[in-house]
Every structure is written in structure tokens, then in C-alpha cells.
Design a protein. Structure first.
Ligand SMILES: [Mn+2]
Length: 336
């Protein structure tokens, strides 16, 4: 049965989060992994998601090249050695939904770049797991704990994108002519469906078989219960808006929910997703370590990775701090 959870009982994992199209950082981490792997100091490389979508100008955005390289690395080392989790920046491309922050649009650039790689890359994204559980008791995720998700662990464990897409396709197939829906789109969003489909999904025109996919994505975002849970899991803002105490409760409940069937009770969560304003990590509380490997570190060169022994029990997040390391030594020395 399809599972979105990877359970690891052995090996030292090098964990990297949120590179957002930063080619230089990606190359540094891969180079480090190759040397750790060769010396026997690490057996796995785990990306916590959001490898794609740079915040800067297009020429700095190396998102597609990075993903293709992760696919090549996985082929080279094997799927148990190179693991990538799905992030909220990868997920929209599976569904044809767009992602923006203020006026800044993340998805169109990547959709345009896909070209003839589309099928291969979307298939890769569709297969990505959501969580890694370890015998160390450390749970790895992209976005971290979300109370909306705690009651839906099994839904996430067996999540099937193809099924969600097929349900929406079946609904659309009942409609002989979609023209009134394209008109309705214009009424709701105030923009032409044709313009938006070309802009957001890089479709060629009404004859493109992907032409209805923008409509399909809108339908899924509005109606799919499964998609809503996945959205909450990948877009959670964690402790934002909560008291310290209630967030601790939320993390503990989340860890308990994910311990069912795990190699060990999950006691600590490591996630990326949110900026760490004071360096490359943040000890959110006793149960939660936030890791920033480049894009979310302040400054970027404070970014770090985590070396986790998947077999050695960890009881509190602060036990992981000695296992953090950097690939930006040169830059940091210049600052001294
Ligand atoms: Mn994210």
C-alpha cells in the first residue's frame, strides 16, 4: 500500500532544509554529503522540501536544475539513501494551483521552465514522502506540527494525489462544455481564464490537454477534504498566534499521533519552512528544532545541516544542537 511515511532504523542522515533554488548552497551540501558518505560518516541525505522557488530575480533561480540533480542523486545512491520530502512549494505543481506571497508569484516561472521535463518532474514530485520517522524518536517534516493534521495521520500516510486528481477529473468529465465555467472563472477572479492558464500553467492554448487544469486545481482547492489536510500539513505556521504552553501541547499531540506504528515513540520534531531570524536554527521548545540550511537562515551563511544518527535515541531537541554543522566556513571566517 502507498505510504507517505519513511521509517528509518539505522544510518546517519545528513538533513538539509529549504534551499529555494539556491544552487551554490545545494552544491555545497551535495559535496559535503559525498565526502561524509565516502568516509562512512553519513549514509543518507534527506532534503526537508522547498528546494524550489527562489525569492530573487529569474537568473538566480536554479530550481529546475536542482530538482533534476536530486533525481539523478537518487538514481545514483538509491531511494533509501537520498530522500526528499514534499514541501509546500513543490506541492502546488502537482495540482496546478498557483502560489504567491504578496505581489510575488512563485509558480509561473517553474511551470514555464518545465518544458519537456514536465511529466518526469511532476511524477517525481507526486511520489515524494511527507514525513520521516526514525528509531531515534526524531520525526522529520517540511513544515512541522499542525493541530489540524493531528487527527488525520492515516489520511496523510496513505495520501494519493492521483486519486484526488481523478475525482476532480471525473467531476469535470460530467460537463459536456466547460465554456460557462471559464466564464465563471472570469467573474470570480476578474481575469481571463485563457490568460491565466497560459501564465500559471504554461499551457499552449485551448487545444492543450492541460487547458482545464487551472479549473481543476481551483475545484480541488475548494472541495477536496484530502487536499485541505495536505494544505494544512504543508502550510502550517506552527507556534504563530499560540501561547508557548499551547504550542508545546500541540507539538506533543502531533508527535504522539505520528508515533503509531513508528520504529520508536517520536519525541522530537525537526522541520524547516519558517525563517530563523537569529542564525541557521531555532530551538522552538523542548520538542521542536527548526532548521534553516540557506534561504531561511539569517544571514544565509549561518545556514546549517543536521547529522542525525537514526538509531540513537533522542529525548529533547537541545540534544541535537551538537549535531549541527555548516558548509559556509569560508564566509563565516571572513566575518570574524
Ligand atoms: Mn515551506
Amino acid at each position: 500500500m502507498l505510504t507517505r511515511f519513511v521509517d528509518l532504523t539505522d544510518g546517519v542522515a545528513m538533513i538539509v532544509s529549504d534551499l529555494h533554488g539556491d544552487r551554490d548552497a545545494f552544491d555545497r551540501y551535495v559535496t559535503r554529503f559525498r565526502s561524509l558518505y565516502a568516509s562512512g560518516a553519513a549514509q543518507r541525505l534527506i532534503f526537508l522540501g522547498d528546494l524550489i522557488h527562489a525569492y530573487g530575480p529569474p537568473y538566480q533561480d536554479q530550481s529546475l536544475g536542482i530538482l533534476l540533480d536530486v533525481m539523478a542523486l537518487r538514481a545514483e545512491f538509491g531511494p533509501q539513501t537520498v530522500i526528499m520530502l514534499l514541501g509546500n512549494h513543490e506541492m502546488p505543481h502537482i495540482y496546478g494551483v498557483s502560489l504567491a506571497k504578496g505581489d510575488y508569484e512563485f509558480t509561473p516561472r517553474f511551470e514555464q521552465a518545465l518544458g519537456k521535463r514536465r511529466e518526469q518532474v511532476i511524477a517525481f514530485l507526486s511520489e515524494l514522502p511527507f514525513y520521516v520517522r526514525t528509531a531515534a524518536g526524531v520525526l522529520l517534516s517540511h513544515a512541522g506540527p499542525a493541530s489540524e493534521v493531528t487527527g488525520h495521520v492515516d489520511l496523510l500516510r496513505h495520501y494519493d494525489h492521483a486519486q484526488v486528481l481523478a475525482q476532480a477529473d471525473a467531476l469535470l468529465a460530467q460537463v459536456p462544455d466547460l465554456t460557462p465555467y471559464y466564464e465563471r472563472y472570469r467573474q470570480v477572479f476578474g481575469t481571463s481564464y485563457d490568460d491565466d492558464a497560459r501564465h500559471y500553467l504554461a499551457v499552449r492554448g485551448p487545444d492543450d490537454p492541460r487547458y482545464p487544469h487551472l479549473l481543476r486545481g481551483t475545484l480541488i482547492a475548494q472541495q477536496s477534504r484530502e487536499f485541505a489536510v495536505l494544505w494544512d500539513a504543508l502550510f502550517t505556521q506552527n507556534e504563530l498566534g499560540l501561547t508557548e504552553y499551547s504550542y508545546v501541547q500541540q507539538v506533543r499531540e502531533f508527535l504522539a499521533a505520528f508515533s503509531d506504528g513508528a520504529p520508536a515513540p517520536q519525541q522530537v520534531i525537526v522541520s524547516g519552512h519558517i525563517v530563523t531570524p537569529l542564525g541557521g536554527y531555532m530551538l522552538v521548545n523542548r520538542y521542536h528544532l527548526r532548521l534553516s540550511s540557506a534561504a531561511h537562515a539569517r544571514p544565509r551563511e549561518a545556514g546549517c545541516y543536521l547529522l542525525l544518527d537514526c538509531a540513537r535515541p533522542v529525548h529533547a531537541a537541545n540534544e541535537l544542537l551538537p549535531c549541527l554543522d555548516t558548509v559556509f566556513e569560508d564566509e563565516m571566517e571572513d566575518d570574524d
